[in-house]
Design a protein around this ligand. Structure first.
Ligand SMILES: [Zn+2]
Length: 43
């Protein structure tokens, strides 16, 4: 299972995400501050 880490460019929140959550964040933005996320924000 491939895990990714999302780092919000706006609030700096780091969140470990799986594929479905990554897709949700790309669609809906940061879960903490709702800032738009780009694929570059995932490692
Ligand atoms: Zn954020």
């Amino acid at each position: 299972m491939k895990e990714h880490e999302f780092v919000c460019q706006d609030c700096g929140q780091q969140i470990e995400v799986n594929e479905p959550v990554q897709q949700a964040i790309l669609e809906n933005g940061c879960p903490v501050c709702s800032a738009p996320a780009s694929p570059d924000d995932f490692s």
